[in-house]
Every structure is written in structure tokens, then in C-alpha cells.
Design a protein around this ligand. Structure first.
Ligand code: DP6
Length: 321
């Protein structure tokens, strides 16, 4: 059995929109960080007694069309795996499909695990290319640390390992834990097809990727923060202008955005970002954590949160039994 543990990839500068050719080829470049402590754990084993793959997701037997087509794609892409049938048992220690990038860690684990279980020797770049075909953001989650996934690229690459910025902290505040009303894939396509602001978003994001990469290289949160804010706000601007609009934000999401501004006014270095869901991710350095946590407990006592630092990337284990 192959066991893989991955971490979700949180975009500091966002991938939102696909190029018209190719599978999940991004129209915008993204820069991301792996979240330590949040994990997808996936066990994969070959099965001999069935022609049908079996899937257990978060403890329930499921038939997930996205995973089915990824498995078919995998068997078609690698002739050595053509006749293999898999049992996949995958779970997350954080809410699934709630805008915490579970598809990034999920498909990264699947790509790594399928390759290993099939006896394929794929390098990280090929694993990233493969994972991308499951979900664009998964191309980043095959690496730990900080990653870049440029517009038009087939694979992501690692910019820096987790040791580059050990001081960076990411607080994921859970505004609402249910599944989101529209999946990111459909919302992204709707934005591309119907939003008058989509083109402006694509053009802006090219500059943001370059400057975010520099700010990460310099470990400069005061430089990175405003770039992150521009990226997520412009991404949501393009969603709000879609027809019908895509509105993931909830009242507590907005309250947290205001609270982050309030913390900054008080001199704390903290910046927020959001993804395809209502959760708010607060990014700060270690010394700000006690104050932020105390304020969250007082001001948002009804909300849970997870604290993460920069993750070191996937762990793979082979178990014979
Ligand atoms: C807002 O990678 O989930 O989290 O390629 O269609 O599977 P697909 O989309 P997905 O989109 C991620 C969108 C985002 C931003 C990001 O992670 O860069």
C-alpha cells in the first residue's frame, strides 16, 4: 500500500481562469504557500479482484466523477498503468470543498500515490504536470514551501523550501464549514465566459506575480501584503461582475476583512486573503500570533480557526502487508 500525505496550497497571488487550450492551464500566474498541519492522507492499493476502482472519501464510499476521470486519464497517459485498478482511501483533517484548497492537496496526493503504486518513476515536475490535470492548484501542492505556477505553464515549480520563511504564520478562520454553493471550477469558467472584468483581472495578475515573488524572496510581509490584497480583491471583482454573480463572501468574511484593516491601523503586520469560499486566511508573523488569537477569541468567539506555518511538502510511505 502507498500512503501519501500532502498539504493544501494557499495562493498568495491567485490562479483564477484557464487558458482556452489544455487541461487546467492557468490564464493567471499564481504564487502559493503550503500549509503545515492541514493534511490530506491518501492510501492507494492495487486491487486484483475487480475491474472497478473503489473510493472512500472522508470515511464514505463514494463515486466522484472528477476522481474517476482523473484515474482514466492516468491510465491513458501511462501505458504501464493501463490495466491497473485502484482502491483509494482519502481523508482530510480539515473541511473538504469549503474553500481551503482541498482539491490541491487531494489531487496532489492522488497523483503522487498513483504514480508510486504503479511503479512509475516520475520527477516532481512530471508529478506537478499530472496533478494539474486533476486540479490546477494541485500542481503546486506536490511541492512544499513556496511555489510558482506561471500563466500558460503545464507545471508549477518550487521557489523556496519551507525553511525560507519559518516565521510566517497562516491563520485559517472558518466562517462557514458547509460545502460551497458553486465549485471553483464552475465559478472560474462562469467568470471567464461572462464577466466584463475578467480581461482586466488577467492583465493585472501578470504584474502581481512578479512582485509577489520578489516580496517572498525578501521575506517582506509589508511588501507582500498589499500585493496579496490586490490579487484576491481583483479576483473577486471579476467574480462579482460575472452573470450570475459569484458571491462566496458571508457577513463574517467581511467583518474579518475589516478587522484585519483595524489590526494594521494598530500597527500589526497582518494581511488577509480569501479563495473560492467564505473562509478568511490571515497571514502574519509569529510575534503577532498571541494578540491576533486573543482578539479572535474575543471578537469572533463563534468561529474556529487553524494556525499553520509554511509546510514542508508531501510525505510518501510504502507499506507492504
Ligand atoms: C481560488 O485549482 O480548485 O483557490 O483547476 O478547476 O480544479 P481547478 O481549480 P482549483 O482553483 C483554485 C482557485 C483558488 C486560487 C488558487 O488556489 O490559486
Amino acid at each position: 500500500m502507498t500512503h501519501v500525505q500532502t498539504e493544501p496550497s494557499l495562493a498568495l497571488v491567485k490562479y483564477w481562469g484557464k487558458a482556452e487550450t489544455g487541461l487546467n492551464i492557468p490564464a493567471t500566474g499564481s504564487i502559493a504557500v503550503s500549509l503545515s498541519g492541514l493534511n490530506t492522507s491518501t492510501d492507494i492499493r492495487l486491487i486484483q479482484d475487480s475491474k472497478q476502482d473503489r473510493m472512500i472519501l472522508n470515511g464514505e464510499v463514494r463515486n466522484d466523477p472528477k476522481i474517476n476521470s482523473f484515474l482514466d486519464y492516468f491510465r491513458q497517459r501511462y501505458p504501464q498503468a493501463k490495466k491497473l485498478v485502484f482502491e483509494i482511501n482519502s481523508s482530510n483533517n480539515f473541511p473538504t470543498s469549503a474553500g481551503i484548497a482541498s482539491s490541491s492537496s487531494g489531487f496532489a496526493a492522488l497523483a503522487i500515490g498513483l504514480a508510486r503504486a504503479s511503479g512509475l518513476q516520475l520527477d516532481n515536475s512530471e508529478l506537478s504536470r499530472l496533478a494539474r490535470c486533476g486540479s490546477g492548484s494541485a500542481s503546486r501542492a506536490v511541492f512544499g514551501g513556496f511555489t510558482s505556477f506561471p500563466a500558460g505553464a503545464e507545471a508549477a515549480s518550487q521557489l523556496f523550501g519551507h525553511e525560507h520563511w519559518p516565521d510566517l504564520q497562516i491563520i485559517v478562520v472558518m466562517v462557514h464549514t458547509g460545502s460551497k454553493p458553486v465549485g471553483s471550477r464552475d465559478a472560474m469558467e462562469l467568470t471567464r465566459k461572462t464577466s466584463d472584468y475578467y480581461q482586466a483581472w488577467i492583465e493585472l495578475s501578470a504584474d502581481l506575480q512578479i512582485s509577489a515573488e520578489q516580496a517572498v524572496a525578501e521575506r517582506d510581509l509589508s511588501k507582500l501584503g498589499p500585493i496579496m490584497r490586490r490579487s484576491y480583491m481583483a479576483m473577486f471583482g471579476s467574480m462579482f461582475a460575472a452573470d450570475p454573480p459569484v458571491l462566496y463572501w458571508l457577513p463574517d468574511s467581511v467583518a474579518l476583512i475589516h478587522q484585519a484593516a483595524e489590526w494594521r491601523r494598530k500597527g500589526l503586520e497582518i494581511w488577509e486573503t480569501m479563495d473560492a469560499g467564505p473562509q478568511v486566511k490571515l497571514i502574519c508573523t509569529r510575534k503577532e500570533l498571541p494578540r491576533i488569537e486573543a482578539d479572535l477569541k474575543t471578537l469572533f468567539p463563534h468561529l474556529n480557526y487553524f494556525c499553520a506555518s509554511v509546510g514542508s511538502g508531501p510525505i510518501v510511505r510504502q507499506e507492504d502487508y
